[in-house]
Design a protein around this ligand. Structure first.
Ligand code: SF4
Length: 120
């Protein structure tokens, strides 16, 4: 299997060409070894992160933005989005608050990225 993708680890954005044959992977186009690690991960267990928003009850705004503090397995993106969509948090919410620790046992925390104070 031959795949091409862009390494997103640093702003260089190297265009990686990956040849995967059974258990062996060869990578070209990388300017440093981190590109090989990234290519291996993309082939075996690609990871992504999420930035979204949650509903806030009793706040001066109805939603607060949130994000995962680290990338998670791509297969968990939709299940985690389902959790986020169903979530209501009580105001106040502050930047950096952990909304859900280790969401769906992914190893990532869902954290707030916006302040929403309680309604008076
Ligand atoms: S291969 Fe290395 S230099 Fe190229 S984008 Fe990835 S991390 Fe940056």
């Amino acid at each position: 299997m031959r795949k091409c993708f862009t390494c997103v680890i640093c702003p260089n954005g190297c265009r990686l060409e990956v040849e995967a044959d059974g258990g062996t992977i060869s990578v070209t186009g990388n300017l440093c070894p981190r590109g090989v690690e990234y290519a291996n991960e993309e082939i075996t267990d690609p990871k992504r992160t999420i930035a979204s928003s949650v509903l806030v009850d009793g706040g001066v705004m109805e939603i607060a933005s949130v994000r995962l503090d680290k990338a998670v397995s791509k297969s968990l993106i939709f299940p985690i989005m389902d959790v986020i969509k169903a979530l209501h948090v009580a105001a106040p919410v502050h930047i950096g608050d952990v909304i859900i620790h280790d969401i769906l046992s992914s190893g990532a925390d869902l954290i707030a990225t916006r302040n929403v104070e309680a309604r008076q």
